[in-house]
Design a binder for this molecule. Structure first.
Ligand code: NAP
Length: 541
């Protein structure tokens, strides 16, 4: 069964909740293996995480009798036998695998848990052929730890990468999924101040969600890899349109293209939804007075999946223009008549000395993901736009002691957000810039300068959140020879056509107002142009 949110997703039939549960029941019933779960808890500290484990597992056990749960205290002989020392620890199918969940599969991680149960129950890793080839080369044990958080939309991808590896090579690969909200102390030990982050044999192998093959390659080499080139015999898929990027622009384009009758594929290396998935609350998308960014993304993705096949966790590494164009990913080759680049934007960096050194050690670009690690701690949020204010409010409501640092004396954020900020009482340091981020193992302070008085100061903090805008993600476009405009965005005509015939662009990567509603609008326009151009190709005239 293909899972929503994980790699090649096929359009489901229209189905209500009950039909989905029926499908799950049937999937569990057909699995070759029963799944034994062992929950270890400290009976003296029966916390919400232990209770959440029981609740989630009970919900699955109502669907199937193929799952059994036994619970033990940490002082039980079984805990000693399996070397379990941390509460709560969920041990999954110990007869065949070495997989543990420290914490509870809540929030975003419920999806990971379901996928994990299906992998274990089916005894199939679902890893790609390319990944399996890499895993076959591993010849010594790998103890993998992936730090995750229920509020992190990027985490399931990295957690499932670990699960696939552990199921594919149970002889050598063990996996611990560690929820940082439950066990911030273990996260602290590993200096894991940003999720997801993966270690193998105590070596860092990945920060952020990695494409599956990149993760496997990092696991094999025991150091983070940035690129994975597939074998020449990678699978070939033929399409009319291949969309690169699964944010609002790409998802909308996919809906329009398939409804026009175009054979379409969408490829997304990271989490679907782009920047929206990381926005705590959206208040200006028509039809929703207030909606969580991730919830809005889930609605869009489910809608798109009614139509299009989504290849998630698969990174496009090259495009060779031609007839057809060839889009090479970490896993396969798309031979496609047209390409739509909806690659969005990536975080702007401050460029101060300590920033990259402390990234993941207290410097974060995702308040939604990493905020829970800083509860009751002191942080600054840098920026004065909608993102900085929305995220500062999110941190504040989560119990983080946050101060906003802005380089001017006026916010760029909308009036409504500025008012909320004022009412919250979050302190603001106006006309202030960050000169450096200090710390050894983790962030301990920032050096600030008041740009009016030039006065320098050092502020002790545990974390630095950055929300200072975005840079268009144009690396791939530049590699292919696509022209940029003077602002660094992809240059295009009024119909979203780039300088290379048959290659189009939509969304934040073409500049303009960076709103969800404009991105969806651009996605639909581009798809309609592509449909018209394929009937009447302008490049043949
Ligand atoms: P933004 O609107 O570009 O704001 C960036 C902020 O960071 C500005 O206040 C800017 O200062 C500051 N900044 C930029 N470079 C800096 C540097 N090197 N050092 C210090 N400060 C720096 O970015 P954003 O807030 O991420 O928003 C991006 C887009 O998404 C916007 O179009 C925004 O409207 C949209 N968005 C919408 C929502 C929503 O509607 N719910 C939520 C989030 C984002 P200056 O003001 O001095 O230029």
């Amino acid at each position: 069964m293909e899972m929503a949110g994980m790699e090649a997703q096929t359009p489901p039939n229209r189905q209500d909740g009950e039909a989905f549960l029926q499908q799950l029941r049937a999937t569990f019933a057909q699995m070759p293996n029963d799944i034994e779960l062992l929950l270890f808890t400290d009976r003296m500290q029966d916390d919400v995480f232990a209770q959440a484990n029981r609740q989630v597992i009970r919900a699955f056990r109502e669907l199937t009798d193929r799952i059994t749960l036994r619970e033990y205290g940490l002082d039980h002989e079984k805990a000693r036998e399996l070397n379990v020392t941390v509460s709560p620890t969920l041990v999954i199918a110990p007869d065949k695998y070495n997989i543990r969940w420290i914490g509870a599969p809540m929030g975003e991680e419920a999806r990971t848990f379901l996928e994990l149960l299906i992998l274990v129950g089916s005894g199939q890793s679902n890893a790609s052929d390319q990944s399996l080839k890499v895993l076959e080369r591993i010849d010594s044990p790998r103890n993998v730890k992936v730090f995750i958080s229920p509020s992190c939309p990027y985490c399931p991808q990295e957690a499932v990468n670990g699960a696939k590896a552990a199921v594919a090579r149970p002889d050598l690969i063990s996996l611990e999924l560690i929820d940082i909200q439950c066990r911030p102390d273990i996260a602290q030990q590993y200096s894991a101040h940003s999720v997801p982050v993966a270690y193998a044999n105590e070596a860092l192998i990945g920060q952020g969600a990695q494409a599956e093959e990149v993760f496997m390659s990092s696991l094999q080499k025991l150091e983070p890899q940035t690129i994975f080139i597939p074998d020449v015999d990678a699978e070939v898929v033929e399409t009319d349109l291949t969309i690169v990027g699964g944010g609002p622009a790409g998802l909308t384009a996919a809906i329009y293209a398939v409804r026009s009758g175009l054979k379409t594929a969408l490829v997304e290396a990271d989490a679907l939804g782009g920047q929206v998935a990381l926005t705590p609350i959206v208040e200006n998308y028509p039809g929703f007075t207030q909606v969580g960014g991730k919830t809005l993304v889930d609605i869009m993705v489910n809608h798109a999946l009614e139509y299009v096949q989504i290849f998630q966790g698969e990174k496009v590494i090259d495009i060779k223009p031609g007839t057809p164009h060839e889009v090479l990913t970490t896993r396969r080759r798309f031979m496609t008549k047209t390409v739509l680049l909806a690659t969005g934007a990536s975080h702007r960096h401050l460029g101060v000395p300590g920033e990259s050194r402390m990234s993941g050690r207290g410097v974060s670009y995702c308040a939604t993901c990493d905020g829970p690690l800083f509860r009751d701690k002191k942080v600054i949020m840098v920026g004065g736009g909608n993102s900085a204010v929305t995220e500062a409010l999110h941190l504040y409501h989560m119990g983080v002691d946050v101060t906003l640092v802005h380089r001017r004396d006026q916010l760029r954020a909308q009036e409504h957000l500025a008012k909320n900020l004022k009412e919250s009482g979050i302190p603001v340091l106006w006309n202030t810039e960050v000169k450096d981020i200090l710390g050894e193992e983790r962030v301990t302070a920032v050096e600030l300068v008041n740009n009016q008085t030039q006065e320098l100061s050092t502020l002790p903090v545990d974390g630095v959140f950055l929300a200072i805008g975005y840079e268009p993600a144009v690396e791939l476009a530049q590699k292919v020879g696509i022209e940029l405009n003077e602002d660094g965005y992809i240059a295009r005509d009024a119909k979203h056509r780039t300088n290379i015939p048959g290659i189009y662009v939509a969304g934040d990567v073409e500049g303009g107002y960076k709103q969800i509603v404009t991105a969806t609008g651009m996605g639909s326009e581009a798809a309609m142009t592509i449909f018209e151009d394929l009937i009447n190709p302008y490049w043949q005239q």
